[in-house]
Design a protein around this ligand. Sequence first.
Ligand code: SD4
Length: 337
Amino acid sequence: MNNRRNFLLSTITFLPILGSVLQSQPTGKKSKEKAYVISTWDSGKEVNEAAFRLLDRGAKAIDAAEEAGIYIENQINCCVGLGGNPDREGKVTLDACIMDHKFQCGSVSFLERIKHPVSVARKVMEKTPHVMLVGKGAQKFALEEGFTLEEEKLSSDAEESYKNWLIESKYKPVINIENQVPDKLPSGKFNHDTMGTLCLDHEGDLAGMCTTSGMAFKMHGRVGDSPIIGSGLYVDGKTGAATGSGQGEEVIRVCGTFMIVEYLKQGRSPEQACRLVIKRIIDINPDKAKSFQVGFIAMTKKGEFGAYSIHPGFSYAVTLQNGTTEVRESDSFFKTS
Ligand code: SD4
């Protein structure tokens, strides 16, 4: 099984309606489109393509998910990995996790000077009896596993953003309401500092990963939702998976991705499941929700997918089962920001 044709043919056995309807469906309607890879944000397009290159050659979903993380962590002027924005003390601290279809998972957080947190998370999953390592302990483990201690240096984008932030040094952690622009980087890119990816392989197995430098200019030591299994990422191999991006504290409060998968288990579509959890977040404090963004993506074991966000502007990339990759914008609770 080492070419796209074989991959597509092999899926017919576990995805009987493959190849049937691939046209776009109006938002909110139950879609018959199926995907192999889905990632957060526009930058997810290249990430999906990197993951799909592996899946297409017959790789396991967990390998494709790790590849997705590695790909984005390699982009140095990007908001993920060591090129991401620092905390208020000027330190870049990274969070990542990975999970397969058998509930195996690994996670690192508050990790400094290591280029590929997603791969360290995978090592935690495979080589330790634990799920999560943080800070110096995570770094020590990474070095023992052969990872290199990188130079402590901000990327040019991050350096400029940090200098701008230092002028006022206001601690106002509001992120990712794309239409409200303040989170644009000097390079013109948005402050989209989390990549979440879900992959479905030729065996019909799901896996996912989530990697981030976290909220820009956060308190030193702050950990968001992204490395927390059940918040930033959850995979239930029998049902589906979810990941997301946005204000981590609000996602943690509702165990966001775990809850989405619970809704999938109850028969909700991926978009409905994402919407129900977004609604939970908004219901906690509807006024406060006007000033922060959360967006989720979800995929079932059959490849059905969907997304939903609080505000407009949350995009995601999907690699359909015909091998094409598209960027789409999710529907949102508020229609204007
Ligand atoms: C966090 N959820 O650290 C992350 C931030 C994020 O796009 O997703 N930004 O809270």
